[in-house]
Design a protein around this ligand. Structure first.
Ligand code: 13P
Ligand code: ZN
Length: 275
């Protein structure tokens, strides 16, 4: 068996958490990551028959939450209450590798101190199911608290079309990186069935769902892609916050946004640009 601490997926999780912390997106235990792994790859590092313990899914009503499409799938997931700051120095305490079973998970590695999966795991799993339907290559769901995006939800209308339009205008790359736009949810109680289902419903249309006054959910095919997606949205929100109280004398017009999308061959979301 190879040493799990050298597994590329463990190293990548450590690097991603460290970058998110360094950028100030994940204070204290803020944020969580789940990454769907390839079973054959995991089997090079772990005995898949050695279940350390089972952990029930918290905060969900089992009757309302059908995890069947993910049963048997293996994920690496950040632990609840764990600080992103500490993941790189102690992955075995702060991360877990789990296999999905009905109403819970089987722990294969990690959460060394008796810890559990993130309290947001139900929302992550619902988002994984929604994104896998839209894109069978989807592997990653990241929840985070990026500073400027959060700030923007206090001062901008919480309307998906208007929010997306503003972000697309904030830098030239935006419509190319997130042509599907961002979906916006009002403030809701986190850790519940309701917010998970609402986020997953949003994710049938877009890879980014903004949680007003809380943070963001992003999805993608790899940790890099998902991180880059949130990074681009956050950068646009930063430009918005930096310019909000300044006299704006220049902008990217809707005709230019369309020109950009067409030049880079992306199928941008309709109903946003006024053309
Ligand atoms: P966890 O510590 O349970 O992952 O929760 C962090 C968070 O951001 C809740 O929204
Ligand atoms: Zn959060």
């Amino acid at each position: 068996m190879k040493n799990i601490l050298n597994a590329p997926f463990v190293r990548e999780m450590c690097k991603t958490a460290a970058n998110m912390y360094r950028l100030g997106w994940d204070e204290r235990n803020g944020g969580n990551i789940s990454y769907l792994l390839n079973e054959k790859e995991v089997a090079e590092y772990l005995d898949l028959n050695a279940v350390l313990r089972t952990i029930p899914l918290m905060g969900v009503n089992a009757g309302e939450f059908d995890v069947t499409p993910l049963v048997g799938k293996i994920f690496i997931v950040t632990g609840t209450g764990k600080y992103f700051k500490n993941v790189e120095d102690d992955p075995e305490t702060n991360l877990g590798i789990v296999r999905i079973v009905k109403n819970g998970v089987e722990l294969l590695w990690g959460y060394k101190d008796g810890g559990r999966t993130t309290s947001e795991l139900p929302a992550h799993l619902m988002c994984h199911m929604a994104r896998l339907n839209a894109d069978p290559e989807n592997r990653v769901v990241i929840h985070s608290h990026p500073t400027n995006l959060l700030a923007m939800t206090y001062v901008h209308e919480l309307d998906t079309e208007r929010f997306t339009h503003t972000l697309w205008q904030m830098s030239t790359e935006c419509i190319v990186v997130f042509p599907d736009g961002v979906e916006v949810l009002p403030w809701m109680l986190c850790g519940t069935n309701e917010i998970g289902a609402a986020t997953a419903e949003k994710m049938t249309r877009a890879r980014v769902a903004v949680w007003a006054m809380h943070g963001v959910y992003g999805a993608g095919r790899s940790l890099d892609e998902t991180f880059g997606l949130i990074e681009t949205v956050e950068k646009a929100a930063q430009i918005y916050m930096l310019t909000k109280n300044c006299e704006r004398i220049n902008t990217i017009t809707d005709a230019q946004l369309k020109e950009l999308a067409e030049f880079f061959g992306v199928d941008y979301r309709k109903g946003i640009l006024n053309l």
